[in-house]
Structures are given as C-alpha cells and as structure tokens.
Design a binder for this molecule. Structure first.
Ligand code: SF4
Ligand code: SF4
Length: 294
C-alpha cells in the first residue's frame, strides 16, 4: 500500500519534469487546458471578463474548452510535442468553482495517458471539499493564491466570496476564504500533494504581511512560494494602485527565501498556455479541436 509519504516522494520526483518546479531551461513543456470559466470569489484586482490574474497574465480572454475538447487538444499537442509532461488547469476562472469540468478533464486525460503530471491552481475556497478527490485523480502539484492570513487585510483584497449558496463580504468572507485555503493546503500536503503558494504583493495592503503568509504556508507543509507583482487591470478596483517594483519583489523573495524556496521564473502564463516556459505556442494550437465550441 502506498502511504502519503510514499506519494509525496513520488510527486516530488515528478517536479524534475515539471518546467515550473524545475526551472526554465529544463526543456519540458506544459499545457494549460482552459476548461474552468467561472469563479466563486471576487478579488479587487480582477475583472472577470478576462482570465484569472492569479495564475495568468491579465487582460487576455481565453476560449473555453469542454472536457472532451480538452482531451482532444491534449492528444494533438502531445503528438507534436513529446517533451510535454504537465497538464495544468489554471482557469480562466477557478478550477474548483468548475469542478465537474475539472474532474472530467483530468479523468479523461489520465485514462489516455497515465504517465501525465497534473498541476492545478485555485483560489482555495473549495479546497477542503475536493482535496481528497484531487489526490485520487492523480493531481501531484497544486498552487493556491493566498494573499493574506489576517481577515482585516484579506477584507481589503477580496470584495466577496460565494460559498455554499451565500455571498459573504468583508472580513467574514475573507475569513472563510483564508480558513479554507489553510485547511485545504494542510489536507493536500498530508495526502502527499506538492503545494505551492502564490502571493500577490500589494502596495499599502499586504506588503508587510507577505512574510507571515509564507511562514504560514511553510507550517502547512507547502514546498515553494511565488511572490508576484500586481499587474493592474483596467476596470478593476485596484486599477490605480501604485505598482510594487521588480526590485521590491526580489527583495521580498530574498527575505522569504529564508523561510522556504522561492519561485523566480513564473511567467504568469495564460490559461491556455502551451509549450516550454520560454517558447509559448498557445496561438499555434488555438482552435485546434474539431468539436463545436461551447
Ligand atoms: Fe479573478 Fe482569479 Fe480572483 Fe477569481 S480567483 S476573482 S478569477 S483573480
Ligand atoms: Fe508555471 Fe507559473 Fe506558468 Fe503556472 S503560471 S505554468 S507556475 S510559469
């Protein structure tokens, strides 16, 4: 019987063929399958007509695929790209707010290619509910964007959350979201899944709180954190917020590097990214599936 510790060791080994965990020049490729259009929270830096900026470049809109189209696209790309090792679900909304699609896509691809590495990113709201199933579906790497571990700070970042049929605002909403992110990460990590935390560093809001978030992530069993810049989106509540400079991000990564390893090369890829990290081929494969679009 495989214990969660065995599984963690197996999953950590998979990091060696994961372009994001292994570094740019690795030569391995990943594909993001855009099957998750909806989101269940509202971050103040996001405009929902575009892709989720937690894991993607803001201001782009991605065409949504059905799980069947996603499988078809995977087959087409895999045939042309033998170095393709990782399938990621990164929106354009939240992977777990669209769990029916996410589950079906992962199951279809797993059946076709049992060797594949699954990577998923989420805001974490539904993570406690689905953690076990994700591990069972073979998801080895999960990224949660966790911008605060304090409800007063969280309330400045999240406008509201939609949870179990209700909408929660302010500190109440932020507290539910953060509690679920933490419980979910702890659960996943105990199940042997390799966890990463994204932190969007926001001037005047969480810039002095980032280290605490990273410390919490470490306590929860996470392996790496990715401190990111806010790229402001026109029309979002944070549209006119001053930018955190590259230098400030690098300094914060250095400080947090004492707590846990830092990711330095995340490209904030599109929800339909295809290829190696330094050669995006998403345009080439756009609209490559035969079925009628959703
Ligand atoms: Fe936007 Fe992503 Fe936040 Fe949802 S989780 S509101 S898609 S940034
Ligand atoms: Fe990797 Fe970052 Fe791109 Fe995700 S968004 S595929 S972690 S480089």
């Amino acid at each position: 019987e495989t214990t969660s510790e065995d599984l963690k060791a197996i999953n950590l080994k998979k990091s060696a063929t994961h372009p994001c965990f292994n570094g740019c020049g690795s030569g391995y490729a990943r594909i993001h399958l855009p099957i998750a259009p909806k989101c269940n929270i509202q971050c103040n830096y996001c405009v929902r007509k575009y892709d989720c900026p937690n894991e993607s470049r803001p201001g782009v809109t991605t065409e949504i695929l059905s799980p069947e189209q996603a499988l078809e696209k995977y087959k087409i790309v895999k045939q042309k790209m033998p170095n393709l090792t990782v399938v990621g679900i990164a929106g354009p909304g939240d992977s777990l707010a669209n769990f029916t699609n996410t589950r079906k896509t992962l199951a279809l691809i797993k059946e076709f290619d049992p060797q594949v590495t699954f990577c998923l990113s989420t805001n974490g709201l539904m993570l406690p509910l689905y953690a076990e199933e994700l591990a069972g579906l073979g998801v080895s790497h999960v990224t949660v964007t966790m911008n605060a571990v304090n409800a007063a700070i969280g309330a400045k970042i999240y406008k509201h959350i939609d949870y179990m049929g209700n909408r929660y605002f302010g500190e109440v909403g932020a507290a539910i979201l953060m509690a679920n992110q933490m419980a979910g990460l702890k659960k996943l990590s105990a199940l042997g899944v390799v966890c990463k935390v994204n932190v969007v560093m926001l001037k005047g809001i969480n810039e002095y709180h980032v280290r605490q978030v990273v410390k919490k992530a470490k306590e929860l069993g996470c392996h790496i954190s990715n401190i990111m810049q806010l790229i402001p989106v026109a029309g979002s509540a944070f549209e006119n917020m001053p930018l955190t400079s590259n230098k400030e991000i690098m300094e914060m990564r250095k400080i947090c590097g004492e707590v846990m390893p830092q990711m330095y090369h995340c490209r904030q890829c599109r929800a339909d990214a295809v290829g190696t990290l330094d050669n995006d081929q998403s345009i080439e494969f756009r609209g490559c599936t035969s079925e009628k679009k959703q």
